[in-house]
Design a protein around this ligand. Sequence first.
Ligand code: MG
Ligand code: ZN
Length: 347
Amino acid sequence: MVAFFVIATSAVFAQQKPKNIVFIIGDGMGLAHIYAGMVTNANHLQMERFKNIGFSKTYSANNFTTDSGAGGTALACGVKTKNGMIGMTPDSLVAQSILEVASRNGLSTGVVVTCDVTHATPASFIAHQVSRKMTQEIAADYLKSCVDVFIGGGRKNFRNRTDNRDLIVELSNNNYNVAFTLDEVQKVKSGKLAGLLYDGHNPPIPERGDMLPTASIAALDILDNNKNGFFLMIEGSQIDWASHNNDASQIIREVLDLDNTIGKVLDFAEQNKNTLVIVTADHETGGLTLPSGDMLKEVVNGDFSTKDHSGVLVPVFAFGPGAEQFTGFMENTSFKNKMVKLLKLKD
Ligand code: MG
Ligand code: ZN
């Protein structure tokens, strides 16, 4: 009898569609990064709450090993493009992101990152430029976009510009609440919010404190006012940078910061019941392996095969209505269309 009810419940759950999606990206976060975080955190992570698990193939249009521009564009826009490109096909045509499609369909949208908001991953959801290096153009694309909430670093690309535009003033004129501190971010409870907390990137953990979980909750608080639903992208941006530095201790700190954030989002999703939460990476960084460690002492020894990205599969985790669609092996370009269908959006 018990078994019957379990089957019946999961069958009903499988037919449900989410109203909201939170898409969480650990930049450069491979399986070894996750396990390093787990072992050093008393053998547990919030990520263990996910029961739907899969793998994503991360190669780009012109390279076995993707960068975060092509990787972000694949996840956001559903197209394989050339390394370095943002929100465009290989022949420089604009590719619409899931965030843009959601916004056009009346959903609220947001982006929360621990880097400059013009950096490759968030840019892939907002901007359309042939090169990720065009950070001033990407900042200007925020003004063209309809994103409701964005929080991260990168004030300088909005203010100290070669075209002399002051995009901070323009954001205010476009009805954004502009916040320069986490306290100011938390005071905004509705409407549009531009949280530009640093001139450049946010500092690494531990200097950054609980910026990522706090900003993510603040964004959820605003976005869930919309009865039509919302799409929110959250990035643990600096797992990648610690990995480029082959710094295992810093990788662990950044993974645990993202995992803590994931726990808060899952708490929200468990209560809300209409929210699909997806976690993945744009690629692995460092070619990290863990040849040895000690479970009792909660330590691992990391070995790296590169100072750059690697081409291995990255894990995918999903929770909530529609989560079963993110299991098995998948292309990194498959996320967008699945999300469009689940949210019943007109692309
Ligand atoms: Mg990134
Ligand atoms: Zn990288």
